[in-house]
Design a protein around this ligand. Structure first.
Ligand SMILES: C[S@@+](CC[C@H](N)C(=O)[O-])C[C@H]1O[C@@H](n2cnc3c(N)ncnc32)[C@H](O)[C@@H]1O
Length: 182
């Protein structure tokens, strides 16, 4: 069985921005390292059933590893197929790390409820010098998260891009943003 890798430093640094109520979606969650950490971090809110989580991925074995975790539901689906499996749903927060599928980016932002918080972090242009991903489809352009969130009317809370040493040398981009209106 694969070990669970630690949560992203970006998520840890901005976890206080995440809501204590409602449902937090981890999109393309893998083995759910972020929901595992958040379930502990917000244990009181989970215990009182004010906070819950939805873990979405196409990898059913990865999702199964989350079975029994308090407050966590899982959904196995294809996020890149013809039908968008989350159509019409709204979440208090959406977390996306190490995943990019541009054709559904606007649909992803539409998942944020009013006051909903987006935490997004993945690789960007320049990462090929350090390893994978190296395909342009999987690498953000400079400033892309900022531009996309701005165009969707989200309020930026934090943004960073460039070379990072941890968790391994890479070129990454990250944002925390909030939907201020309906
Ligand atoms: C690099 S992993 C990142 C996992 C997690 N977000 C993290 O940072 O630990 C990418 C994840 O995207 C999922 N994924 C890739 N394509 C997908 C698709 N079409 N539909 C749903 N999940 C997909 C994979 O199964 C994998 O778990």
């Amino acid at each position: 069985m694969n070990a669970i890798i630690p949560p992203s430093p970006w998520l840890l640094a901005h976890a206080a921005q995440l809501p204590r109520r409602g449902c937090i979606l981890d999109l393309a969650c893998g083995r759910g390292r972020h929901l595992r950490w958040l379930a502990e971090y917000r244990a009181a809110a989970v215990a009182s059933e004010e906070l819950r989580f939805l873990a979405v991925d196409r990898d059913s074995a990865a999702l199964q590893s989350l079975a029994g975790l308090p407050g966590v539901s899982t959904r196995c689906c294809d996020l890149e197929g013809e039908n968008w499996p989350l159509a019409g749903e709204r979440f208090a927060a959406v977390i996306v790390t190490n995943y990019l599928w541009r054709p559904r980016f606007d649909a992803l932002l539409a998942l944020l409820a009013p006051a909903g918080v987006l935490v997004y972090e993945t690789f960007m242009q320049g990462n090929a010098a350090y390893g994978k991903p190296s395909r342009p489809d999987f690498l953000l352009q400079p400033g892309e998260l900022r531009a996309r969130c701005g165009a969707a009317g989200l309020q930026e809370i934090a943004f960073a891009e460039g070379y990072v040493e941890q968790p391994r040398p890479a070129v990454r981009q990250a944002i925390v943003a909030r939907r201020v209106s309906g």
